[in-house]
Design a protein around this ligand. Structure first.
Ligand code: AMP
Ligand code: GLY
Length: 440
């Protein structure tokens, strides 16, 4: 058995650990909270801040691990892969330099410009409040306002959606500078109109292997209203496309990611690990919204349960530079709904008991992944972030959605909620209709 270090304790990491476990890895898990799903698959667990690089490297060395897989972006940004590599551990995740593709939105936009990679959007970065306020007065298009640095997916505000007047935009820009949100200034982007989709790929520095497309739901409430969250749930289709997208458009998105990987190699920061591309499908084709240096959460929970190539082999191949582009997935649709604490997205009610009858979930053709939950005096309780991801599988999105709902009946808890609309036929149909309108 190959010894693997895993870093992270969310739903995404639970899904990754399950996939490593079922393909024969021995797991040594470093995480800040004691995810019970990861805990039971691990030979050893270290409860530690995921930013404590030194302690995690010591843990890896003490246990003779050969390979590492890092789930969350924050330790990547802190250079955990560089330190692990220096210590002789092979990593299926990006170095600090390569992770800039996520940790600096400006780096990403400029890389696309410099290498003439298609799919970029207009953008302008400012490090001073006055210049930023000047710019918004007569910007050339509707703007999306983002702190340049990491904000856990919650710092983005869109003109016409969250920002309904110039004053709203001004107030938010002031907030970013006054509170130093993201810590690196503000980037304004051209607002892209269309339907969003996620394309994730495995990457070994040069070769990429695509995963099925997924659509996430960022808004907190049904009908896509409310604050942006880390993601409330997501679905994928049996043909690995989405009902509103053509195969050629997926290929276009894949070409963009391949060009990014080539550009990073040519700039001396080759990209190794899972790369997450978030695209807007516009009337002119896919446009780049964001790149993450890791799996999406919840999107990892859609693709990993249907991965038929061994994840352990894939991780080794990414780390060793021997990835085969032909990674296999079952032709199943998936619908993932995240159970979250009430108030999640604004102010969560946490510390409430939650119970998952895993047998009942399994009998519903579904799987569940623990996320931000803790054992407190023997009782599983919710934290302030997302609690449990439930993923229904099926031959169509409709079947997968029904199975997800059946499985949700086997989760009980206080002060929890779910976006039930995710993957429902009328909601999917609305997106197809929206895309038809966008195409004109
Ligand atoms: P991000 O954290 O960059 O993924 O952005 C959060 C959400 O804001 C995305 O899921 C989009 O819905 C929206 N968004 C971000 N950038 C843009 C853009 N340039 N145009 C339109 N919408 C955007
Ligand atoms: N689901 C969006 C993300 O992981 O960033």
């Amino acid at each position: 058995m190959t010894r693997f270090l895993t870093v992270g304790g969310g739903g995404r990491e639970h899904a990754a650990v399950e996939a490593l476990h079922r393909s024969g890895a021995e797991i040594f898990a470093a995480m800040s909270t004691n995810n019970p799903g990861i805990g039971r698959r691990a030979a050893k667990v270290m409860t530690v801040s995921e930013m404590d690089v030194e302690a995690i490297v010591d843990f890896a060395l003490a246990n003779g691990v050969e390979y590492a897989f890092v789930g969350p972006e924050a330790p990547l940004g802190a250079g955990i892969v560089d330190s692990l590599r220096d210590a002789g551990v092979r990593c299926a995740s990006p170095t600090k330099d390569a992770a800039r593709i996520e940790t600096s939105k400006t780096f990403m936009r400029e890389l696309l410009d410099t290498h003439s990679i298609p799919g970029n959007l207009g953008h302008a970065t400012f490090h001073s409040l006055d210049k930023a306020l000047d710019y918004i007065k007569d910007a050339p298009y509707e703007l999306v306002v983002k702190p340049v640095g990491l904000t856990g997916g919650k710092g983005v505000k869109v003109q016409g959606e969250h920002l309904l007047s110039l004053e709203d935009t001004e107030t938010y820009v002031r907030e970013i500078f006054d509170q130093d949100i993201g810590g690196a200034g503000v980037i304004f982007e051209e607002r892209a109109i269309g339907e969003e989709f996620t394309l994730m790929v495995f990457c070994d520095g040069s070769t990429i292997a695509p995963m099925p497309l997924v659509q996430d739901h960022k808004r907190a409430f049904e009908g896509d209203v409310g604050p942006n969250t880390g993601g409330m749930g997501s679905y994928s289709d049996a043909d690995h496309l989405l009902p509103f997208i053509e195969a050629e458009e997926k290929d276009e998105a894949l070409t963009i990611l391949q060009k990014i990987v080539d550009a990073m190699a040519s700039e001396g920061c080759p990209y190794v690990g899972v790369m997450y591309g978030q695209f807007m499908l516009t009337r002119d084709g896919p446009r780049m919204i964001e790149i993450n240096a890791r799996f999406g959460d919840p999107e990892a929970m859609n693709v990993l349960p249907i991965l038929s190539t061994g994840f352990t082999e894939i991780c080794k191949a990414m780390a060793d530079g021997t990835l085969n582009e032909d990674v296999q997935f079952l032709n199943k649709a998936t619908v993932c709904k995240y159970i979250v604490p009430e108030g999640y997205g604004v102010k969560s009610v946490s510390g409430k008991p939650i119970y998952v009858d895993e047998r009942g979930v399994k009998d519903s053709s579904a799987v569940s992944y623990y996320a931000n939950v803790f054992l407190k005096e023997g009782v599983l309780v919710t934290g302030s972030s997302r609690s449990v991801g439930v993923v229904g599988l099926g031959d169509s999105i409709g079947d997968a959605e029904k199975n997800c709902e059946k499985a949700l009946e086997h989760v009980r808890g206080d002060a929890i909620r779910v976006r039930h609309d995710i993957g429902k036929a009328d909601v999917v149909k609305k997106r197809v209709e929206h895309m038809r309108q966008v195409r004109g």
